[in-house]
Write a protein that binds this ligand. Structure first.
Ligand SMILES: C[S@@+](CC[C@H](N)C(=O)[O-])C[C@H]1O[C@@H](n2cnc3c(N)ncnc32)[C@H](O)[C@@H]1O
Length: 277
């Protein structure tokens, strides 16, 4: 496995660590795993045990899953050895020995992945499946997930959308305590193909902006398209989990099954579920 070590510069300051900044900016795996556990329990009235995390990158989510409950097991799949090595060096060592025994990662393509035993819940987060731009390829991926899920299996994917997509925004989020800003920058959108080009930039205080640290050339799939394809590959039921709003009209972090989203929604993040019975 490739090595990914945080290097120290001559002034003894940590050199820029893209995965650390990414994790602080866009990931909340400790919250995600609680949502996955609850959704599975509500649907099947029992606990999920094995979680498959597709496009797992540094597999922080897998680590949180095995920490959440004694019986939880996780398998993380990713094509790229670099983020897997980062997780091995930075997150995995923080688990206790029992948690370590219940987590494996595998350098595999999610389109052709084979699991030794079926998963109870499979997840793909941070919109990673948007990399599949053709319907046939997305369907192939969903078929692989379906075939490798157990009889009572749940597939959860996050999804974003809203009218902001047409405005090519660049949004800055300041992390004051951590002395850096995160930028979500949409460079392009093609309304004919629904293809979008997105970038993540970071700027540490007193330094120049580091541009294009992560780049995404995606098809922005709609909730309805994703649900249709899930049905086509065999899922008995699909759901959309839509986020509630707080008193200021902002998302409140509570995702509930719903068949009605708001019109005039500038930007949303939701979850889509495929339920295998
Ligand atoms: C946007 S990152 C997401 C990382 C992580 N899921 C997260 O929550 O932030 C996308 C990841 O998908 C991986 N990837 C892309 N295509 C893949 C494929 N066909 N099979 C497995 N992994 C893939 C990349 O190597 C990358 O680590």
């Amino acid at each position: 496995m490739a090595k990914y070590k945080i290097k120290i510069n001559p002034k003894n300051l940590p050199v820029f660590d893209k995965y650390w900044h990414y994790q602080k900016s866009v990931q909340s795996p400790d919250i995600d795993v609680k949502f996955f556990r609850k959704a599975y329990k509500e649907i099947f009235d029992k606990h999920a045990v094995l979680l498959r995390e597709d496009f797992c990158g540094t597999f922080k989510l897998c680590c949180e899953w095995v920490k959440l409950r004694e019986r939880h097991e996780a398998i993380g799949l990713d094509l790229d050895p670099e983020p897997l090595a980062y997780g091995k060096e930075n997150y995995y060592p923080k688990l206790n020995s029992k948690e370590k025994d219940r987590l494996v990662t595998s350098e595999q393509n999610v389109l052709t992945a084979k699991l030794k035993k079926p998963s109870d819940v499979t997840v793909a987060v941070n919109f990673s499946y948007f990399i599949f731009k053709e319907r046939q390829v997305l369907k192939e991926y969903f078929q692989n997930v379906y075939d490798n899920l157990g009889d009572q299996g749940l597939f959860l994917l996050d999804i974003f959308g809203g009218s902001d997509i047409f405005d090519l925004p660049e949004e800055e989020t300041e992390f004051e305590d951590e002395n850096f800003s995160y930028y979500w920058d949409q460079e392009d959108y093609n309304p004919i193909l629904n293809h979008g080009l997105f970038h993540i930039h970071f700027k540490r205080k007193g330094e120049k902006k580091r541009k294009n640290v992560f780049n995404y050339d995606w098809r922005v799939w709609s909730i309805a398209e994703v649900r249709d394809i899930l049905t086509e590959v065999g899922f008995a039921e699909t759901r959309c989990y839509w986020e509630g709003t707080d008193k200021d009209g902002e998302g409140d972090g509570e995702f509930k099954p719903s068949e009605k989203g708001e019109a005039h929604c500038e930007s949303f993040v939701a979850y889509v579920a495929g339920i295998k019975k």
